[in-house]
Design a binder for this molecule. Structure first.
Ligand code: FE2
Length: 380
């Protein structure tokens, strides 16, 4: 098994029989209120490296865009420079968030033809962009809310990101890499819409169902949600989709939908090979995590369920790291508080040891933790 197979749970897949082959993630593109400061945060706290830039100095008078990388994960953060930029209206409505989950595909035209035949909304037809580094072919499909999937074939391109971007490196000191890849990206959709979007990913993009969680799996005393997971052929791209379920109080998904003004990306799971060191570094840089109560670790059922893991449970407890085991192995995970002003987007750190799951055994503890925070915000 390669490091990457272990980190994100890859499986073998034959692209030639796939109607919509997806090779992997290309980038997560964000619109934020201040890209200059967000880029600094992602470097100084999350250890990402600056790779490329576009802005007024490069002829882009509309916005600044910083391209950041950590291992196989690429983020692009954009913020308006021109007060009349369309990014201003987007940010006004949604706050900071992910606008584009860009995917790497070997054949853009084949994917768009299939997607159109199966009812997708095509936001950008296949087209080429070129500069001295070569040519990128891309197109874009609409997904939930105002989120899109740009489909990119950059096999004929050697530039730092896209035409219009220049290479730019970080002026911060080099630190250790804190995460290696994107593991999964979770979408929150409205009540009753989860199955529609699961169907979209299956029918339009050839994804398959991985797992689903309903009712008791993820209900707390107050609120509940439903979740289903779809994945591309090799499982590199995994999309859990959540919808609120009717509970006694307002669910965390309702809170998200209210503050994001509609469906959107809820959390991004970042794969690490050493979650303890990563969490220590993030905490030292001021990143805040959802607290896990000591009772979680003292529960004899938990100890029996998780069996042997690579570190003593006390080490996990000290950091608030959650652990879950299924028939394939185990995983360690932890969730940050929202990284935005609105209670919308947050990160998960995940270290997989064979498990292909999403921490089902932790859902209850996690949601109770989120609800304590919701209550503190006055939103429960
Ligand atoms: Fe997750």
């Amino acid at each position: 098994m390669t490091i990457e197979q272990q980190l994100v749970g890859l499986i073998e897949h034959d692209d030639s029989v796939d109607p919509f082959p997806v090779t992997g993630w290309d980038a997560l593109v964000w619109v934020v209120g201040n890209a200059t400061q967000c880029a600094h945060f992602l470097q100084s706290a999350f250890g990402m490296r600056l790779e490329a830039y576009s802005g007024p100095e490069t002829g882009n008078r509309d916005h600044k865009a910083y391209v950041l990388r950590s291992g196989g994960a690429r983020f692009v953060v954009k913020g308006a420079v021109d007060p009349d930029s369309p990014l201003v209206a987007h940010h006004d409505r949604h706050g900071d968030g992910v606008v584009d989950i860009a995917l790497e595909v070997p054949d853009v035209d084949r994917c768009v033809t299939w997607a159109r035949e199966h009812g997708a909304t095509i936001l950008a037809e296949p087209h080429d962009e070129s500069d001295e580094f070569g040519t990128v072919r891309s197109a874009a499909l609409a997904t939930y809310g105002e989120t899109r999937h740009t489909l990119i074939d950059r096999s004929g391109y050697a530039g730092p990101y896209l035409p219009g971007y220049i290479a730019r490196t970080s002026t911060l000191r080099d630190g250790p890499r804190l995460f290696q890849a994107i593991d999964h990206v979770v979408g929150n959709v409205e009540l009753g819409m989860m199955d529609r979007w699961v169907d979209f990913y299956r029918r339009v993009m050839g994804f398959t169902n991985m797992a689903e969680f309903v009712g008791d799996d993820i209900a707390t005393e107050y609120s509940a949600l439903m979740s289903k997971v779809v994945a591309n052929g090799n499982h590199r791209v995994k999309f859990p989709l959540n919808e609120p379920a009717v509970g006694r109080k307002r669910s965390q998904i309702d809170e998200y939908l209210e503050f994001y003004r509609g469906p959107g990306v809820q959390h991004i799971a970042l794969a690490t090979g050493d979650i303890l060191a990563t969490v220590d570094a993030l905490r030292a840089a001021g990143v805040e995590f959802l607290p896990t109560p000591d009772t979680y670790y003292e529960d004899p059922e938990l100890r029996a369920r998780i069996g042997h893991v690579r570190v003593p449970v006390e080490e996990l407890q000290r950091r608030g790291i959650l652990v879950d085991r299924d028939e394939d192995g185990y995983l360690l995970q932890i969730f940050t508080r929202p990284i935005t002003d609105r209670p919308t987007v947050f990160f998960e750190l995940i270290e997989r040891h064979g498990s292909l799951g999403f921490g089902k055994g932790n859902f209850k503890a996690l949601f109770q933790a989120i609800e304590r925070e919701q209550a503190a915000r006055g939103n429960l």
